[in-house]
Design a protein around this ligand. Structure first.
Ligand code: TRP
Ligand code: ZN
Length: 513
C-alpha cells in the first residue's frame, strides 16, 4: 500500500448518518424568542421619551452636553448578527472582539444530560454599541448582565441579542455574563456529519468545527475572533474532564469533582473542546520540556499506547520543519463519540475517534501550527488548514523512508480520481459550498498547491517559506490572499502565477502535473 493509498479516506469525515439521531427539538429556548425579552430595568433610552415639541431643542442640547461631559456613547448601533462568512453568514457577530471566555460549567452525563453554565465574555467594542449578539444554539438562557448590570436580551435562532443597560462606547472593554442551562444539541453539518455536544458511552465530547461550539457556550463563534479561555467544569466524582490548555486544578468536594483548565494563547472556538468520561490519563514531557497530557478512553488505551508514545518524536520533527510550537502544552484525546467518526485539531490536544494511525496523528498535531495558531479568516480559506496538514503527512512519509512528496503528488495527479472521485471538482481556494469544505480538493489538492510552490521555489526556500508563514501569522488569522502575497514577497524572481491560476484557483484537473 503506497502512502497515497493509505490516505484514501483517512481524513474524510466519516459521516455515518444511519446512526445519527434526529435533531432534538427543544421548545423551551425557542419559545423565549417569541416572548418579549425580560426587561430587567426600565429603559432609559432618551429617544423613547415623549416630550412637547417646544422643549425638544432644549432637552436635546442638555442631553448632548451631559452625554459628552460623561463620555457616554449615545450613538450606539447594533453590532449585527453575523460576520458575512461566505459559507456560514450567521456565524460570529459584528461590533466587538472577544478577549477572554470564562466558562463555568457543570455536567452530569446520562439521564437528563443537563449542562449548567455561566459564561463571562470579556470583549472590546469595535464601534459604539446599543446591542450586540452572541451565538448560542439551543439551551435556556436564565439571565444576562453586562458589566454587572442586568441587560435585556432576546433570542432568534442562534442569535442571542443583548441590549446593555447603557450603550457601549467604541473601544470600551465590557463583560457579558450569561447564565444558561439545558441539554446541548448535536448539530448536523451541511456535509451530513455530526458536531456539537456528542454523547459517548460514559460522558460527552464537544467538537466544534465549523459551528458546533455554539451548542455549549455563547460566544463569537467564528474563526476570525480568537480569545483566551478559562474553563471550569464540575462532573460527578469518578469522571474526568479534559479540555484545552493546561490543567490548573482538580478538586473533589463530596460527590463532585471540579477541573479547571486554562488556555492563555488565542483560541478559535471551533477548536475548543471538553471531554467528560473515564480516561486513562498519562502526563509526560517532551525532550524540550513541553508538557504532554494524553487522555484515552479505557477501551482504546492498549491499542493507542504505541502510537501516542510517538507524540514527542512528532513534536520534535514538526518543530524542525515548521518552527517553534505555538502553545504551552500538547497531547491527545482518544474517545468514542456515538455519532462522529472524524479527528479534529482541538487546540493543544487533538481528538481522535478511536486509536489513530501515525499519519492522522501527524496531521492533527501539525494543524496546531496551521489552523490553530494561523487560523483562517473565513471558512472559505479551509485549504490553508487542510492543505498544510495533509502536506505535512507527505513530508513525514518522505522524512521517514516512505514515498517522497513528489511520488505522492504524482500518484494523485495520475490516478487520484480512483480514491477521490471529486478531486478536481472545484479549486482549493473556492469550495463549492459549505458542505464541501472537508472534501478532497481542500485536502489533497490543497497539498498539491504546496507541492507546486515547492517545485517552483526549490527545497530550501520552501522550507523557509512554510516556517515563516507560521511565524509571521502566529496566533493570528490569515486568508488565501495573505498567503499568496506572502509567498510572492518571499520568493523574489519566481513566477508563481501559474501555481495560483491553475492549481489554487483554476477549475478542473490541470493539464500538466
Ligand atoms: N479538521 C478535521 C481534520 O482534518 C476534519 C473536520 C472535522 C472538518 N470537522 C470539519 C473539516 C468541518 C471541515 C469542516 O482533522
Ligand atoms: Zn485536517
Amino acid at each position: 500500500m503506497s502512502s497515497t493509498d493509505e490516505m484514501v479516506s483517512r481524513h474524510f469525515k466519516i459521516t455515518d448518518v444511519s446512526r445519527s439521531a434526529p435533531l432534538v427539538h427543544t421548545c423551551a429556548p425557542l419559545a423565549r424568542t417569541r416572548t418579549r425579552a425580560p426587561l430587567a430595568r426600565p429603559s432609559t433610552r432618551p429617544t423613547r421619551t415623549r416630550v412637547r415639541p417646544a422643549t425638544l431643542p432644549a432637552l436635546l442640547l442638555a442631553f448632548l452636553l451631559t452625554a459628552c461631559a460623561n463620555g457616554v456613547g449615545v450613538h450606539g448601533t447594533p453590532g449585527g448578527p453575523g460576520l458575512r462568512d461566505p459559507y456560514f453568514p450567521k456565524a460570529g457577530n459584528g461590533g466587538y472582539d472577544v478577549a477572554h471566555y470564562d466558562l463555568t460549567l457543570a455536567y452530569t452525563p446520562g439521564g437528563s444530560r443537563t449542562l449548567t453554565g455561566t459564561a463571562t465574555v470579556t470583549a472590546r467594542a469595535t464601534h459604539a454599541l446599543s446591542a450586540f449578539d452572541l451565538d448560542l444554539k439551543g439551551m435556556d438562557v436564565e439571565d444576562v448582565t453586562v458589566d454587572g448590570r442586568p441587560a435585556r436580551w432576546n433570542r432568534a435562532g442562534q442569535e442571542l441579542t443583548v441590549r446593555p443597560h447603557d450603550d457601549l462606547d467604541r473601544g470600551a472593554t465590557f463583560r457579558t455574563t450569561v447564565r444558561y442551562s439545558g441539554t446541548p444539541e448535536t448539530l448536523t453539518d451541511p456535509d451530513g456529519s455530526e458536531e456539537g455536544w456528542l454523547p459517548t458511552a460514559d460522558g460527552v465530547l464537544a467538537l466544534g468545527e465549523p459551528v458546533g461550539s455554539m451548542t455549549w457556550f455563547p460566544g463569537n463563534h467564528h474563526p476570525s475572533d480568537k480569545a483566551s479561555y478559562d474553563l471550569t467544569i464540575t462532573v460527578p466524582k469518578g469522571l474526568q474532564a479534559v479540555s484545552n490548555g493546561e490543567l490548573r486544578s482538580e478538586q473533589t468536594n463530596g460527590a463532585r469533582t471540579t477541573y479547571t483548565w486554562h488556555t492563555a494563547e488565542p483560541m478559535a472556538s471551533y477548536v475548543a473542546t471538553v471531554a467528560v468520561g473515564h480516561y486513562d490519563i498519562r502526563r509526560s514531557t517532551t525532550p524540550d520540556g513541553l508538557p504532554v497530557y494524553v487522555a484515552v478512553d479505557p477501551t482504546e488505551a492498549k491499542a493507542s499506547r504505541t502510537v501516542l508514545a510517538r507524540i514527542p518524536e512528532i513534536m520534535t520533527w514538526a518543530q524542525r520543519r515548521f518552527g517553534p510550537y505555538p502553545f504551552a502544552s500538547t497531547g491527545a484525546i482518544v474517545d468514542r463519540p456515538d455519532d462522529a467518526g472524524y479527528a479534529l485539531e482541538t487546540q493543544n490536544r487533538p481528538v481522535f475517534p478511536g486509536t489513530p494511525d501515525v499519519g492522522t496523528l501527524v496531521h492533527e498535531l501539525v494543524h496546531q501550527w496551521y489552523g490553530d495558531s494561523v487560523t483562517p479568516k473565513s471558512w472559505r480559506d479551509m485549504w490553508l488548514n487542510e492543505g498544510f496538514a495533509t502536506y505535512a503527512e507527505w513530508m513525514w512519509d518522505e522524512d521517514h523512508g516512505g514515498d517522497t512528496a513528489q511520488q505522492t503528488f504524482d500518484a494523485l495527479y495520475d490516478h487520484g480520481e480512483d480514491d477521490h472521485p471529486d478531486l478536481w471538482s472545484f479549486p482549493p481556494a473556492n469550495p463549492s459550498g459549505p458542505g464541501h469544505i472537508s472534501d478532497a480538493p481542500v485536502y489533497q489538492r490543497g497539498a498539491m498547491v504546496l507541492h507546486k510552490i515547492r517545485q517552483t521555489v526549490g527545497d530550501p526556500a520552501f522550507r523557509t517559506l512554510i516556517r515563516g508563514w507560521a511565524t509571521t501569522h502566529r496566533h493570528g488569522n490569515a486568508d488565501t490572499a495573505d498567503f499568496t502575497t506572502y509567498v510572492e514577497h518571499h520568493a523574489p524572481g519566481k513566477n508563481l502565477t501559474p501555481v495560483w491560476t491553475t492549481w489554487l484557483h483554476g477549475n478542473g484537473k490541470p493539464a500538466t502535473p
